[in-house]
Design a protein around this ligand. Structure first.
Ligand code: GLV
Ligand code: GLV
Length: 310
């Protein structure tokens, strides 16, 4: 049982709350439980007013919250790390396979009735075994992805990122794979057959993948992003895909979300887009909500948050 002394306003319905509704609703609140679909910036903090003590987001990422401004106002901020690591890693592998094996094209062939017969090179994709994989951001999620790649007999894993790890050796009963210490970004771009982006969105990673990054990749490179859309310059990605500068892309995150119906990336056969499904398992979401509510209650009680952002 939770000792609950707060008055809670729960919004009915699952459609996205409008900005106006959020601004109206937050006025005078001591706590705010939010998701990543809203920018929690000065405007919202001002609308809340001086009562606001704590913000709890139901996400691991917190790039939608102005953390510096929260610090200035002594507002604690909590998030939900760790509990979605497995879900996002599984989805990342699913997106990689979907992209590498052209599953989207294959499904549309079956659905549209244009499946004729088995043909030698028809819908041939790329296999993962013996490939060099570059992981951008070897945090919890990046490492969980690396562990799963071991089962696919990849040749080598390279990574870049802040969390410098000594050599990491992954092993199961059949295989071991050593991830060497981090390489520089250009080495990763030049050497990887598959690039998987698992980093957080920060000022350093914002727009990290633009024209020059795509130009440096191998022509057969498969680019996967399950972090945040803003890590990628989408028009540069579009150009790279159209001109076959890279082979294919799989995106679980875009800018904006949802991507407009007529967005050019949606028309490309070599681009697979998922609607931000990374943590969308019943297991992960249950745990995320539980942690988010625990953060919120601790914040309202002026206690240390179980999972603080800072
Ligand atoms: C999902 O993208 C999250 O940050 O939880
Ligand atoms: C970062 O979001 C991580 O958990 O790897």
């Amino acid at each position: 049982m939770i000792d609950c002394r707060a008055e809670i306003e729960i919004r009915d319905g699952t459609d996205r709350i409008s900005r106006e509704e959020l601004i109206r609703g937050v006025a005078g609140c001591h706590g705010l439980l939010c998701t990543l679909t809203h920018q929690i910036n000065k405007e919202i903090l001002d609308a809340a007013g001086p009562n606001l003590m704590t913000i709890s987001t139901v996400s691991v990422g917190f790039d939608h919250i102005d953390i510096e401004e929260c610090k200035r106002r002594n507002i604690t901020v909590g998030h939900t790390p760790a509990v979605l690591t497995e879900a996002v890693a599984e989805l990342t592998i699913g997106l990689l396979l979907t992209t590498a094996r052209r599953v989207r094209e294959a499904l549309s062939v079956v659905e549209s009735g244009s499946w004729c017969s088995w043909k030698v090179l028809w819908l041939c994709g790329t296999q993962l075994s013996n490939k060099v994989v570059g992981i951008v951001g070897l945090g919890r999620i990046g490492l969980a992805v690396a562990k799963r790649l071991l089962a696919f007999n990849v040749n080598k894993i390279l990574y870049t990122g802040h969390s410098e790890k000594a050599e990491v050796t992954l092993s199961d009963t059949d295989a071991t794979l050593t991830i060497a210490p981090s390489v520089d970004f250009n080495t990763l771009l030049h050497q990887s057959d598959i690039i998987i982006v698992c980093c957080a969105l920060t000022p350093e990673t914002n727009g990290l993948f633009g024209e020059s990054a795509f130009a440096a990749m191998k022509k057969n490179c498969i680019f996967i992003n399950t972090s945040r859309g803003k890590v990628v310059n989408q028009s540069d990605l579009y150009n790279a895909l159209v001109s076959n500068e890279i082979q294919a892309a799989g995106l679980d995150v875009t800018t904006p979300e949802p991507l407009p119906v007529d967005h050019p990336l949606k028309k490309l056969k070599n681009c697979v887009i998922f609607p931000h499904l990374g943590s969308a398992t019943i297991e992960a979401r249950n745990e995320m909500w539980t942690i988010a509510v625990r953060n919120l209650i601790a914040g309202l009680n002026n206690e240390p948050l179980p999972h603080p952002v800072y």
